[in-house]
Write a protein that binds this ligand. Structure first.
Ligand code: ADP
Ligand code: TZD
Length: 473
């Protein structure tokens, strides 16, 4: 629900009478009550003839308006009920127009267009809502016809290719700091965008335009000067209709500032990606990965970890919409293997899961599932022997390792072999690339254990720097 993914979870539950009197049943739990605190909607079906209505309600709740998670509770008693097949078929309903278009008001469109027209340094931020809306052509037309630089959030990468001339991806800090009017399209001003304020956004005044289907999202963190409530397809179509002969491209100076900053940053990064040291560091391994994805832009990239996530997000260009799945709004580890299985089953496309060794550990046993269904999943573990890095000392002394450090030189590749998949140990970028290319070609379940220098990573969020005594040093 937090990610605004439309998802329906159906579960059986224990006998109501026993649960409600807390008399002690097998797996006794009031699941519906728990689900209500976390889901967009939660329903219980008590009678077989209500299954159709229950499903219709679940579908509408999941996909209409702001999408979200729905829980459907089916208590034990329901499973013993019978009804005729014909009556059963009749009780099911067709959900007509499950996610109705929500057209923005003309006044809201005027307000947004006026702000954009007055902007000296406009910026478009595309979020995963924009990817989910599947209004790819409208969005592309709007970005290109308006001439405004755009910045994709991590799961909106590829909506327009990261190599697009208007992408401000490699000039992110400058774009956020210096922009004067920011148009958010399906992206919230949450922690991932520093709540719309503070150092990230610089000290120059900002005016925000926000496109979102959820009216309550407006003013969540800072004032939204032009709220555009509606579905992204309809809103962007309305904006496109206003990019006419009177539209002026953004000032050349702003476009040039972004372009030159971007080129400088890309040039600075290039040699790091080509480095051929053994062991690899994150950059040289990700340099190899970048090339594999460039050759197979249809592959789905799953990504989790800390350095593995932060650096891959910046380094690996995406070329097609909805090909990148990562930890999402809460940054939760352990989603990668589930995403990889689902993406492979649902799309049939090759899946590349780029995992930190800690991140993989959260649900690494899914290698068995991947092998059982012979899914075209290639897991790449950037293995630096630990969380963030693998050379931390145990500051408490004693013989135990630091809580951040894992078994050194672990052979994750052998886990995949244990279930009949292909396991490869890669020490160089060339070996890594070759193993991945073979995995994609063969479509066999593969795990590449990429050996990364254990001193290469940095602590996510630089938490240590927050310690006042560390600062004094
Ligand atoms: P990101 O993490 O990429 O910045 P968020 O998850 O914060 O993206 O924001 C996604 C936003 O998109 C949510 O506020 C959600 O309400 C909105 N959204 C999702 N689908 C649509 C749609 N079809 N039309 C309009 N807004 C949408
Ligand atoms: N637990 C859960 C469920 N989600 C989390 N995000 C965390 C813990 C905290 N956490 C991170 O935010 S990243 C991370 C943890 C434990 C793992 C980082 O280690 P890694 O990555 O080996 O996956 P790198 O690439 O070596 O830094």
């Amino acid at each position: 629900t937090t990610n605004c993914f439309p998802m329906i979870l159906i579960s059986g539950s224990s006998e109501r009478e026993i649960v409600d009197l807390q008399q002690g049943d097998y797996e006794e739990m009031d699941q519906l009550a728990v689900a209500k605190t976390m889901c967009k909607a939660a329903y219980r079906v008590l009678h077989a003839q209500d299954i159709g209505i229950g499903l219709a309600r679940a579908i509408r709740s999941a996909v209409s308006g702001r999408p979200g998670g729905v829980y459907l509770d089916l208590p034990a008693k329901l499973f013993g009920q019978v009804m005729g097949a014909e009556a059963g078929a009749k009780s099911l309903l067709k959900v007509i127009d499950a996610a109705p278009a929500q057209i923005p008001s003309p006044a809201a469109v005027d307000r947004a267009i006026d702000l954009l027209k007055g902007a000296k340094k406009p910026l478009i931020i595309l979020g995963k809502g924009a990817a989910y809306a599947q209004a790819d052509e409208e969005i592309r037309a709007f970005v290109e016809n308006s001439g405004i630089p755009f910045l994709p959030m991590s799961m909106a990468k590829g909506l327009l290719p990261d190599t697009h001339p208007q992408s401000a991806g490699a000039a992110r800090s400058t774009a956020l700091k210096d922009a004067d009017v920011v148009l958010l399209v399906g992206a919230r001003l949450n922690w991932l965008l520093s709540h719309g304020k503070g150092k990230t956004w610089g000290d120059k005044p900002k005016q925000f335009i926000q496109v979102d289907i959820e009216p309550r999202e407006m003013d969540s963190n800072v004032e939204i000067k032009a709220p555009l409530v509606g579905d992204i397809g309809s809103v962007i179509a309305a904006l496109n209709a206003r990019i006419d002969g009177s539209w002026q491209a953004p000032p050349a100076e702003w476009v040039e500032t972004i372009r030159s900053k971007k080129e400088a940053n890309i040039a600075k990064m290039a040699p790091k990606l080509l480095k051929n040291s053994v062991p690899m560091d994150f950059h040289s391994a990700l340099g190899a990965l970048k090339n594999v994805i460039k050759e197979r832009p249809d592959a789905i990239l799953v990504n989790e970890g800390a350095n593995t996530l932060d650096l891959a997000r910046g380094i690996i260009d995406m070329y097609q919409p909805r090909k990148r799945l990562d930890v999402g709004t809460w940054g939760v580890m352990g989603i990668g293997m589930g995403f990889a299985v689902a993406a492979a089953v649902e799309s049939g496309q090759p899946v590349i899961a780029v995992e930190g060794d800690s991140a993989f550990g959260f649900s690494g046993m899914e290698v068995e599932t991947i092998c059982r269904y012979n899914l075209p999943v290639c897991i790449v573990i950037l293995n630096n022997n630990g969380v963030y890095r693998g050379d931390e000392k145990n500051l408490a002394g004693g013989t135990d390792p630091s809580p951040m450090v894992f078994v050194k030189g672990a052979r994750y590749d052998r886990m995949m072999e244990a279930f009949g998949g292909v396991g490869v140990q890669a020490s160089t970028p060339a070996q890594l690339r070759a193993a991945m290319e073979e995995a994609i070609r063969s479509r066999r379940p593969t795990l590449v254990n990429a050996i990364i220098d254990e001193g290469a990573g940095t602590e996510s969020g630089r938490i240590t720097a927050l310690n006042p005594t560390a600062k004094k040093k």
